[in-house]
Design a protein around this ligand. Structure first.
Ligand SMILES: Cc1ncc(COP(=O)(O)O)c(C=O)c1O
Length: 390
């Protein structure tokens, strides 16, 4: 067969024809504590950021970032294993280990890299990796990168997972799941998953990117919510770009697990370390999230307020108790149309379409933040009811 010419236009046109071509907008936010933004110059309230606690513009977080940039410079200048590992990284790792109740934590540059690095360091060709069908793309890609045999079980279906584990004949088994599902807002059935893993000798890793800071009596995430120990869930992944309002991620676990990642995780080894100022800002954000529990209480109160009003208005909400509140619309065009109509009314809620979510489950992904005002939430529900008429 002759070599095919490299052309891009047909595939792009096809995406556009199917309503799946995405475009970027310029979001301008001041360093202030509301969710008001200018989107392509148009004022609106942002209902799709992951800044659940409103910490991205917290004065102490901003100060920590600026002060550390003055002290350390901006870039880390090298990878962690060369000369990029600086005192702010080390201090952040110790604080995260203490906060999560683990022996050790390792800071990665992004959550995407933490998940791909973890899966590929722990599983090889001879292993099997199991994941929930609605897992975040970075967990799916981690499984692919590991070259292990990949299996996806239906969303939340622990019985199906257990059947798959029982059928495995050799090699390690690694089970990967979101703690809070990023596009659905529901919690994974972690106690049952932990039980299945214990029965079959599988290793469980939970990515709690959307649970940490928000879920659990003190914001320690889905594991705290369910009362699960480090023995039951030996690897915990968290990201700093969401509730902590900064940038970066971590894997926390035993001394041996983290040392294995230092030696084996290619996304940790072969990349420039996170800017030390970002680590310092995260330390301030972690401290603020602990010192100001009202932020967690506020985002959860706003979540309840949104749900009560939206359900009373007959809106098609997904079953979720977290600040991720999907409004399920089905077709990609319906979601894009609703998002556009909301923007005209002063609210930005992104339309989430395939391949991010399965076909025919396109949605508006509403997210709440402690930075929202009560009136923002009430006005959003009124606008949604106006835009989504049956
Ligand atoms: C569940 C989950 N894990 C990991 C990531 C990736 O984290 P990061 O943005 O730090 O790469 C995201 C989103 O970005 C996510 O939603």
């Amino acid at each position: 067969m002759p070599i095919a010419p490299v052309t891009f236009a047909p595939a792009l046109a096809d995406l556009a024809a199917r309503g799946l071509r995405r475009r970027r907008r310029i979001a301008r936010r001041g360093a202030h504590d509301t969710a008001d933004i200018l989107l392509d110059g148009r004022p609106c309230v942002d209902f799709c950021s992951n800044d659940y606690l409103g910490l991205a513009a917290h004065p102490r977080v901003v100060e920590a970032f600026v002060g550390a940039a003055r002290e350390h410079g901006v870039g880390a200048r090298a990878s962690h294993l060369i000369t990029g590992h600086e005192p702010p990284h080390e201090a952040l790792e110790q604080e995260i280990a203490a906060w999560t109740g683990r022996e050790r934590a390792l800071v990665f540059s992004t959550g995407y890299m933490a998940n791909t690095g973890l899966a590929s360091a722990l599983a090889g060709r001879e292993a099997s990796v199991y994941g929930d069908r609605l897992n975040h793309a970075s967990l799916i890609d981690g499984g692919r990168l590991s070259r292990a045999a990949l299996h996806h079980y239906p969303h939340g279906d622990v019985a199906a997972l257990e059947r798959m584990l029982a059928a495995q004949e050799s090699g390690r088994a690694l089970v990967l799941t979101d703690g809070v599902f990023s596009m659905d807002g529901d919690l994974a059935p972690l106690p049952d998953l932990a039980g299945a893993c214990a029965r079959h000798g599988a290793f469980l890793a939970v990515d709690d990117a959307h649970g940490l800071g928000v879920v659990g009596a003190t914001g320690r995430g889905s594991l705290e919510h369910f009362g699960l120990t480090a023995q039951q869930v030996p690897a915990l992944v968290g990201t700093f770009g969401k509730a902590f309002g900064t940038f970066g991620a971590f894997v926390a676990g035993s001394e041996e697990l983290v040392e294995t990642l230092v030696q084996r995780a290619r996304t940790y080894i072969y990349t420039t370390a996170l800017p030390p100022a970002a680590a310092e800002a995260t330390r301030a954000a972690l401290a603020a999230s602990i010192a100001e529990p009202w932020r967690r209480q506020r985002v959860l109160a706003l979540t309840r307020r949104f749900r009560e009003r939206a359900l009373a208005a007959g809106l098609p909400l997904a079953e979720s108790g977290t600040p991720i509140q999907p409004v399920l619309l089905g077709g990609a065009d319906a979601a894009v149309g609703a998002s556009r109509a909301l923007l005209e009314r002063g609210f930005f809620v992104a339309a989430i379409r395939p391949p991010t979510v399965p076909a025919d489950t396109s949605r508006l992904r509403v997210t709440l933040s402690a930075a929202h005002r009560d009136g923002d939430v009430d006005a959003l529900v009124a606008a949604l009811a106006d835009v989504i008429r049956p």
